[in-house]
Design a protein. Structure first.
Length: 362
């Protein structure tokens, strides 16, 4: 069975867009060819080389289009994969930036606390230094007071004196000296006695003052020692807390710096992959443009090839009909009867005038 016009040609496998375009042109191409036939044109065979060349060009374009389509799929996949990695790295970078800001905040707080502890340690050390200096001064005063006390004791001798008793005797002698008339010898003795008692009284009074001062200094030294012990304990606690916070500051600083370095690495990696994704995209855009160009070229070649194949098919049919027309004309010229179909063929090729009535027509 003969195939209808247009079947079995090189249009099979053409992309749908090209097929739709060609189908819209098919009627026009066929109509133009038929008009040419009805106008009585001479039968001409389409050059085989043109058809083969167009078919080869069509196949070459189709192969190129398939290769480019495959390359487009690969590039689109690579680009999408790279963009996905860029998104993943961007999310990781945001998470790292959040951790970095948290670490930075903690570092600021810890560093501030470290500074406060350092200042507290400095103040506490200064306070302890003042207390130590005060303790040394008190000890020196105590040493001097004890030495003076001992020297005064040695001066007074081993005899025990009562300050009030000495003062009472002294007041009594002074009263006698002032109120009584004494012989010169007795007066001299009384005066010497008064002077001796005054000396004893003054030294005894000073001795008692020194004793009181020594006791006060000893109490002060005890209080200063207690203060120093308390300051040392406070310093010990502050120092322990300071060292702990110092370690925490060092640790959080290391974490902060590590996060900053990691952020830099992830950022550089993301930008590098972004460049790769952009490169894929640029190649993809170029290939898509090339694909459009090839599709348009393929559609053009397909239309030309279809026209050539239709022309050749029509010419083959016309040759066959022309041969039948020559046979019918010969019969007609011999006066033999011809069929209605033969008459139509003669009319188609203008081999008989319209209105002519061949003899024996049935």
């Amino acid at each position: 069975m003969k195939k209808p016009l247009g079947e079995g040609c090189a249009l099979e496998g053409l992309p749908s867009r090209g097929a739709k375009f060609i189908s819209s042109c098919k009627g026009r191409c066929v109509a133009s060819t038929i008009r040419w036939i009805h106008q009585g044109g001479e039968p001409m065979a389409a050059p085989v080389d043109d058809v083969n060349e167009l078919r080869a060009q069509f196949n070459e374009l189709k192969n190129k289009l398939q290769e480019i389509s495959q390359r487009i799929l690969e590039l689109r996949s690579n680009r999408d994969s790279a963009n996905g990695e860029v998104k993943r790295l961007s999310a990781e970078l945001r998470a790292l930036r959040e951790q970095y800001m948290q670490a930075k905040q903690v570092y600021s707080e810890k560093a501030s606390r470290k500074k406060e502890l350092y200042e507290a340690l400095t103040r506490k050390k200064e306070e302890r230094a003042r207390s130590l200096e005060e303790l040394r001064a008190a000890r020196e005063l105590l040493r001097r007071a004890i030495n003076e006390y001992r020297a005064l004791q040695n001066f007074l001798g081993v005899k025990k004196y009562d300050e009030e008793e000495i003062r009472a005797k002294l007041e009594q002698l002074e009263w006698q000296y002032q109120t009584m008339t004494l012989p010169p010898e007795v007066e001299k003795i009384v005066v010497n006695k008064i002077r001796s008692l005054e000396s004893i009284y003054v030294n005894l009074k000073h001795l008692n003052e020194l004793k009181l001062k020594i006791n006060e200094l000893r109490d002060k030294i005890v209080a200063l020692r207690n203060t120093l012990n308390k300051l040392n304990e406070e310093l010990k606690g502050l120092l322990a807390e300071y060292l702990k916070v110092k370690e925490e500051v060092a640790a959080i600083r290391a974490q902060r710096d590590e996060l900053r370095q990691r952020m830099k690495e992830v950022y550089e990696q993301r930008e590098k992959i972004r460049e790769i994704a952009n490169s894929y995209h640029q190649q993809l855009v170029a290939l898509l443009a090339e694909e459009r160009r090839l599709r348009e070229e393929l559609e053009r070649v397909a239309i030309l090839l279809k026209a050539k194949e239709l022309s050749r098919h029509i010419e083959e049919r016309r040759k066959l009909l022309y041969g039948k027309a020559m046979e019918a004309l010969a019969k007609y010229q011999r006066g033999e009867p011809i069929t209605l179909e033969e008459f139509k063929i003669l009319m188609e090729f203008n081999l008989i005038q319209p209105g002519g009535s061949p003899s024996g027509q049935r």
